[in-house]
Design a protein around this ligand. Structure first.
Ligand code: AMP
Length: 236
């Protein structure tokens, strides 16, 4: 089975790697951050409630996130596997997830704090197609413009320095204890997130359970709740 969780601090590159691996394994990339950002953009009641928490770099209340995740996991494309990026973020969420579905592996990404801050504060995104750039590591061909559609790139509100500090503190306090939790139940696979995206991708492949590594299935690719990524080390 390919039910895989990506765990790690903001800026470690989870989103970039999750998008790549999901395409290779033909499983949906389920990012709770992307699902929430879509709800904010669509101005749904949930999105309106989540917006302030997200801008400040705090966690969105568990019940709200669980609601959208449960719905997404129930979609037919997630039946035989998924790559979960950004959930769980605390012990209560880990327990809620365990009540919905078993997971086969938890890949835990790690990177020094200075590198996380550098990746986050330099990240820029295209508001129309969601592709991700970095001002230094993966700049667009025309400064400030998306390579794909020419739209003006923006900085996520929570990638501003004031919110980045909060996000890293929230990670240390609430999410890091999950490392011990998943180590205890034997699912944890640590991944060194330093280096280029290709280097990190190679470490991921080596760490995957054998049946997940052994190639792609023939299912069609989903779109909802997935995201497109540029090839650079773009954080997330
Ligand atoms: P991400 O794109 O994963 O960095 O998530 C961006 C923001 O969405 C986070 O800083 C939180 O405010 C919110 N968020 C995403 N996933 C969760 C979650 N599992 N629990 C609570 N808040 C979340």
């Amino acid at each position: 089975m390919r039910r895989i969780v990506f765990l790690g601090p903001p800026g470690v590159g989870k989103g970039t790697q999750a998008a790549r691996l999901a395409a290779e394994l033909h499983v949906p990339h389920l990012s709770t951050g992307d699902l929430l950002r879509a709800a904010v953009a669509a101005q749904t009641p949930l999105g309106r409630e989540a917006d302030g928490h997200m801008r400040a770099g705090r966690l969105v209340p568990d019940a709200l996130v669980l609601g959208i995740l449960r719905e997404r996991l129930a979609a037919p494309d997630a039946r035989d596997g998924f790559l979960l990026d950004g959930y769980p973020r605390n012990l209560a969420q880990a327990e809620a997830l365990a009540a919905i579905t078993p997971v086969d592996a938890v890949l835990a990404f790690d990177l020094p704090r200075e590198a996380l801050v550098e990746r986050l504060t330099g990240r820029r995104v295209c508001p129309t197609d969601q592709s991700v750039y970095h001002v230094a590591f993966h700049p667009p061909k025309v400064p400030g413009r998306c390579d794909r559609d020419g739209a003006e790139l923006v900085q996520r509100p929570d990638d501003r320095p004031e919110a980045v500090g909060t996000r890293l503190a929230v990670y240390a306090e609430q999410t890091e204890p999950l490392l011990a939790h998943y180590r205890t139940n034997g699912l944890l696979r640590p991944i060194d997130a330093r280096g280029s995206p290709d280097e990190v991708a190679a470490r991921i492949r080596a760490a995957l359970p054998g049946d997940a590594r052994s190639g792609a299935a023939t299912r069609s690719r989903p779109t909802a709740g997935t995201r497109r990524r540029g090839p650079g080390p773009s954080g997330g």
